[in-house]
Design a protein around this ligand. Structure first.
Ligand code: SAH
Length: 459
């Protein structure tokens, strides 16, 4: 083991100034240059802390008491904020959250991307930053003989009951409460993680923001659900808007929520929703953006940056169920989408049909292997969209972009650090980052989404 070189000792009490927030919402204080990460404190605050853990280049401390409070500090309205861990920023005003996210984007674009002269716009936030999530997914357990459903207590597998989650749509709260009550009354046995016994693992509720349609999903270990018929009848009678009741079976001893088998118990196999004027079918397993209002803001920005006039060929790498592809297809000559998950591509094709959009083509596979083949076949994009997962784009894909030389690259990113890394590679290959628009898709958490516009400077 390397020797720990810290100017503080474990359990030492210190008064510190909080200078910054990390990308996961911890405050940062520096003691003789050695960073200490401290949960629940904010930049500008002075706090008494107790050193908890020391690593080679950094350590962790716990808040003992606040000495000076930030003017941006607020009382978290959620009663279970400290126990749950689903949100990290409820103690910071929303304005403060947007500033912190904006600063984080600036910092990494400069530090990792080494890009100085780019316009980074202020973060586009929500008018009302609560109740935005359209999907709730709660684990089910047992307490004092009754069924509970809510969340895992921080750093444990203990399930705590939850009546309300302030970042979920109200309707989801209602669905979860009613389904929980019905399951309890009919004696449905909660899943026991350690023994891999019992029936009900998770309850999921999905909500179509524009249509009001609701999907209820029972995620069970067993095929059989006792009193299924009566429970379904009660759900449809008591919850307005339910159009789909689904069972997903996951018999494995695993942390993965959904299993492979899905059955329709009642109604349709999908619910519908719109982003702008494009209609989407959403199944129990589909990936669909969780904040519908801000998704529209994000996609409109991507569309604006793409500046389409109907003549362009567009490639949408990492296309998921084709949301961006279909949104852009209305103003492009042709859109090609590629995505690694086969079911997502099935959804994408179905969504194209649903909207009678015929100028799109979808392929299953890795973006970094499919797109080079397209290139060899003579498919060249004028506008290249990427929307990769947190780890960013594969290097081989970036090299293909540099060979293909599209006029524009529109980079949609959920991780500013990998965005910065990839923008650097594209800048070194002849592109210039024109502007970056961060969008707040996940209020109360540290996550921030960005859209970046790059144009080609070399021939
Ligand atoms: N653009 C979509 C989805 C973005 S999420 C939307 O806005 O809804 C990123 C997507 O990339 C996921 O659907 C994931 O399955 C997919 N993915 C991950 N690695 C990939 C790869 N190497 N090639 C293609 N797609 C990939």
């Amino acid at each position: 083991m390397a020797k720990i070189q810290a100017p503080v000792k474990k359990d030492e009490m210190l008064d510190v100034h909080i200078e910054d927030l990390t990308h996961d919402g911890n405050g940062v204080a520096k003691v003789k240059g050695y960073p200490l990460f401290i949960p629940h404190v904010l930049p500008g605050e002075k706090a008494q802390v107790k050193v908890a853990k020391l690593n080679k280049g950094y350590g962790f401390a716990q808040l003992v008491q606040l000495i000076e409070k930030s003017i941006n500090r607020e009382d978290p309205p959620c009663l279970i904020y400290d126990e749950c861990g689903g949100c990290q920023l409820q103690h910071l005003s929303y304005e403060g959250q947007l500033k912190a996210k904006g600063k984080h984007v600036h910092d990494v674009i400069q530090r990792i991307g080494k890009i100085e002269d780019v316009k980074i716009h202020p973060v586009l936030g929500m008018e009302d930053p609560w109740r935005y999530r359209n999907k709730a997914q709660v684990p089910v357990g047992e307490r004092e003989g009754g069924l509970v459903a809510g969340f895992y207590q921080k750093r444990s597998h203990e399930i705590i009951d939850m009546e309300s989650c302030l970042i979920q749509q109200e309707k989801s709260d209602e669905v979860i409460q009613v389904v929980k009550e019905i399951c309890n009354r009919y004696g449905v046995k909660p899943y026991e993680e350690g023994k891999n016994k019992g029936t009900l693992r998770h309850i999921m509720a999905r909500y179509g923001h524009q249509t009001g349609e609701i999907m209820v999903v029972f995620i069970t270990r067993t095929e059989d659900i006792p009193h299924k018929k009566k429970m379904i009848q009660e759900i449809t009678e008591r919850i307005q808007g339910v159009t789909s009741i689904i069972q997903n079976i996951n018999s494995k001893k695993t942390n993965v929520i959904l299993g492979e088998k899905t059955k329709v118990l009642w109604g349709q196999d999908v619910i519908y929703d719109y982003i702008g004027n494009v209609k989407f079918a959403i199944s129990a397993q589909s990936f669909y953006q969780v904040n519908p209002k801000q998704t529209k803001v994000l996609y409109e920005k991507a569309l604006e940056y793409a500046e389409l006039n109907g003549e362009e060929t567009v490639i949408d790498a990492y296309c998921g169920i084709g949301t961006i592809s279909l949104f852009l297809a209305q103003q492009a000559k042709k859109v090609y989408g590629v995505e690694i998950v086969p079911e997502a591509i099935e959804d994408a094709r179905r969504n194209a049909q649903l909207n009678q959009i015929t100028n799109v083509e979808f392929a299953v596979g890795q973006a970094e292997t499919v797109i080079p083949k397209w290139y060899e076949q003579g498919i060249h994009a004028d506008v290249f969209i990427v929307d990769p997962p947190r780890k960013g784009c594969d290097e081989a894909l970036l090299q293909t972009i540099l060979q293909m030389k599209p006029k524009k690259v529109v980079y949609v990113s959920c991780n500013p650090a990998t965005l910065a890394r990839d923008l650097r590679i594209l800048e070194d290959g002849g592109y210039k980052t024109k502007e970056i628009q961060p969008v707040d898709m996940f209020p109360m958490t540290m996550h921030v989404e960005c859209v970046a516009l790059m144009t080609r400077v070399e021939k």
